[in-house]
Design a protein around this ligand. Structure first.
Ligand SMILES: [Zn+2]
Length: 109
């Protein structure tokens, strides 16, 4: 699997960094490739090809101020409501990767 990549976006006046999967390996099965490609599209554009949009659950102003005083960076929770059957859904992508690894004889994750 390739290394994760960081995407940076300006959202609501904040600079937000997303950690997204690296490019899909050429030899990966279609379900793995499609899931990874959709996730990369989603982080780059804010929208999945299934129609889901990416929304953020930001810490409130007081919490952000508190973290800033501690010299910490707030963690933003991403909320994505993929359509049923979308290969970018966490469980779908993970099980596709597990099946692929099992086929390669490396065992599960
Ligand atoms: Zn999707």
């Amino acid at each position: 699997m390739s290394r994760p990549e960081v995407f940076t976006a300006q959202i609501g006046g904040l600079r937000v960094k997303f950690i997204a999967p690296g490019p899909a390996p050429e030899d990966a099965p279609a379900a793995v490739r499609e899931g990874i490609i959709r996730r990369r599209i989603m982080y780059a554009t804010g929208q999945c090809p299934c129609g889901a949009t990416l929304s953020l659950r930001l810490p409130n102003r007081a919490e952000r101020r508190r973290l800033q005083q501690l010299g910490q960076v707030p963690v933003v929770h991403v909320v994505i409501d993929h359509s049923e059957g979308c290969p970018a859904i966490e469980e779908h992508l993970h099980s596709a990767v597990r099946r692929w690894r099992a086929e390669q004889g490396r065992g599960g994750a």
